[in-house]
Design a protein around this ligand. Structure first.
Ligand code: NAP
Length: 295
């Protein structure tokens, strides 16, 4: 069911109460290798925004994978990614739980949102940011910065950000003064494609700033069009969507601190927005996020 995991034992999957994150966690539970020592069980950290849904998800994964129950443990974290304070607390909670003696091996930044067209431009909890920019970009930076700047032994060995082929739709040069659509012309699809471009550029910026240790692989990918709440009924059957799980578990994509690669499903040569090749633009994204996170 999976390739070698390089001994990775602990996994955190954001946005795992539904869709691709939930499927990935079920696959992690089903495939957890047999252990005789309970301290060696695979640890699967699920995350969501709603405490009741988190509790139900934990119970559902445990029930669905009862046959392999001895080999995995589900733990959970709560945090609303559209709320800066909640994300900062989530980052603190995750890094307080995982430590040098019990490091987080794999961080899957799977959560992502596409706001509804009906509500017009939707804001983050603090009212300062467009909600997609907050949840899909600022939240990612808060979580990744916390992980990358912790004690070296606690930096995850693999960091995967789910992007989207939609990132290529953002053709105009990125404009830090318009990340929240301050200059107008907002639409949910524009906000989404911009956000998915910015997270790839952010990964490149971490690389350019020398923040990715040689023991860490960082990458992004697009899972393709999948029939989830976000993807809708016409997407590919979720039971055939193995990308999130494969990128979490296979060592095939390891690149030892190299420049983060964008994959379209499993295709490393997938067309990528040329703006991701512009080092200065990527660093501008990083600097801007640093500034807004301090405000
Ligand atoms: N589906 C596709 O066709 C497709 C294509 C390309 C890329 N992607 C990307 O794949 C990833 C997963 O998408 P999906 O299709 O599985 O989406 P989904 O079915 O809508 O699931 C999204 C997950 O994120 C959680 N979430 C949403 N808003 C949140 C918030 N404010 N704070 C914390 N958690 C929140 C959801 O929690 P609740 O359970 O509470 O809603 C759910 O667990 C996303 O990054 C998406 O952009 C998807």
């Amino acid at each position: 069911m999976e390739g070698p995991t390089n001994g990775h034992r602990t996994f955190f999957v954001s946005g795992s109460t539904d869709g691709l994150g939930l499927r990935c966690c079920n696959q992690l539970a089903e495939s957890a290798p047999a252990v005789t020592d309970a301290s060696k069980k695979r640890v699967i950290a699920i995350h969501g925004r709603n405490p009741e849904k988190i509790a139900k998800t934990k119970a559902d994964i445990e029930k669905q994978n009862e046959a392999n129950a001895a080999n995995f443990e589900i733990i959970s974290f709560q945090g609303d990614l559209s709320d800066m304070n909640s994300v900062k607390k989530l980052a603190d909670d995750v890094m307080a739980h995982f430590n040098e003696a019990n490091p987080l091996d794999v961080f899957m930044n799977n959560a992502g949102i596409w706001t509804s067209k009906d509500g017009g431009l939707q804001k983050s909890a603090c009212g300062k940011f467009e909600q997609t920019f907050m949840a899909n970009v600022i939240a990612v930076h808060i979580l990744l910065k916390k992980m990358l700047t912790g004690p070296p032994a606690t930096v995850p060995k693999k960091i995967v950000v789910t992007s989207s082929g939609g990132h290529k739709m953002h053709k105009e040069p990125i404009d830090v003064d318009n990340f929240n659509f301050e200059k107008g012309e907002h639409s949910p699809s524009k906000a989404y494609s911009q956000s998915k471009l910015l997270v790839i550029m952010l990964e490149v910026a971490y690389f350019e700033k020398g923040m990715i240790p040689a023991t860490t692989t960082m990458l992004s990918f697009c899972p393709g069009w999948i029939g989830t709440n976000m993807g809708g009924a016409k997407g590919r059957d979720i039971n055939e969507a193995n990308e999130t799980f494969t990128f979490a578990t296979s060592d095939k994509y390891d690149n030892a601190g190299g420049r983060p690669i964008y994959y379209k499903q499993y295709d490393a040569d997938a067309e990528v927005n040329p703006q991701t090749l512009d080092k200065e633009a990527c660093l501008r994204v990083y600097d801007h996020l640093e500034q807004v996170c301090k405000e």
